[in-house]
Design a protein around this ligand. Structure first.
Ligand code: CP
Length: 320
């Protein structure tokens, strides 16, 4: 079985195959009938232990456009609230014949645990695990950047991407750093020192504490939400202080090169990391990212379940 657990599992060729396949899938979305028969008879389970709007709906739309049967499982309202374990939940899904399990979990490592277990014989796709990774978000972000900045069929070599905000709690940041560097982009992280993870100096990117110093050198600026729900002891400045130093407003957007785009994975905290003026401007790709997410996830499901070699992801033995 093949899985997609980490952006680190993807070689440059793997990533480009997914992005090129996503371009094919995007053409399906432009047709009057947005459906392919490719995964007819296959079952995709959305197994969500944590809240989601975009990712869950996007995977559901992607699977349905490929004609798969979709089962949506939300931990809220399920027997998880009675104490049922991940193992017993997985055994239940296996008994129902799941071919792919798209899992979001509050614990970093849960998708890897599922993929390396003998509880289930399905492909596992990580839809966000704790503060660890969100590989399909990074893929849809790369897809969006490639379309806007480099052109279809090309990589992101030499493109400069600035990721701003709560890096410490961001699985989106980690997956983006891994994938974008694989694709040849140069990433700079900008955050207050207290919102950077220990060991960030070993990541394949640069770090800055000064947003204004990097804007003019950015092809894309990715603003991240401050994840207060994951904060325990982490020091956090006041909202006004944070917005003043790390928020993107109209004045800062004007300092970007003319071709540069503003990205946000959502959900946004308008007025905090991004002003409404910037969020609603044509330079902001947040809504485009959501649309691109469906094509990208169609590509991932297609390649895992129905596509041909070369494979994406890894075998059970070496998923990271
Ligand atoms: N970007 C993202 O993962 O959004 P959701 O939490 O709404 O799925």
């Amino acid at each position: 079985k093949r899985h997609l657990i980490s952006a680190a599992d993807l070689t440059r060729d793997d990533a480009l195959l997914i992005l090129d396949t996503a371009e094919e899938m995007a053409r399906v979305a432009d047709r009057p009938i947005k459906k392919l028969p490719t995964l007819r008879g296959r079952t995709v389970v959305n197994l969500f232990f944590e809240d989601s709007t975009r990712t869950r709906i996007s995977f559901e739309a992607a699977a349905k456009r490929l004609s798969a049967d979709v089962i949506n499982f939300s931990a809220k309202g399920s027997s998880v609230s009675k104490g049922e374990s991940l193992k017993d939940t997985a055994l239940t899904l296996e008994a129902m014949g799941a071919d792919a399990v798209v899992i979001r979990h509050h614990s970093s490592g849960a998708p890897h645990r599922l993929a390396t277990s003998d509880w289930i014989n399905a492909s596992v796709v990580n839809a966000g695990d704790g503060t660890h990774e969100h590989p399909t978000q990074a893929l849809l972000d790369a897809f969006t950047m490639r379309r806007r900045l480099s052109g279809v069929g090309r990589g992101l070599e030499g493109r400069r991407v600035t990721v701003v905000g709560d890096i410490l709690h961001s699985r989106v940041a980690r997956s983006n750093v891994l994938l974008l560097t694989t694709l040849g982009a140069r990433v700079t992280l900008v955050a207050p020192p207290t919102l950077l993870p220990i060991g960030v100096e070993t990541w394949p990117c640069e770090v800055s504490y000064d947003l204004d110093a990097v804007l003019a050198k950015s092809d894309a600026v990715m603003m991240l939400r401050v994840q207060r729900e994951r904060m325990n002891a982490a020091y956090f400045p006041t909202e006004r202080e944070y917005a003043r130093r790390y928020g993107l407003d109209g004045l800062r957007m004007a300092a970007l090169p003319e071709h540069a785009i503003v990205m946000h994975p959502g959900p946004m905290n308008r007025g905090m990391e991004i002003t409404a003026e910037v969020a609603d401007s044509p330079r902001c790709t947040a809504v485009e990212q959501v649309a691109n997410g469906v094509s990208t996830r169609m590509a991932v499901l297609y390649l895992l379940l129905g596509g041909s070699e070369p494979a994406i992801g890894t075998d059970r033995s070496d998923s990271a």
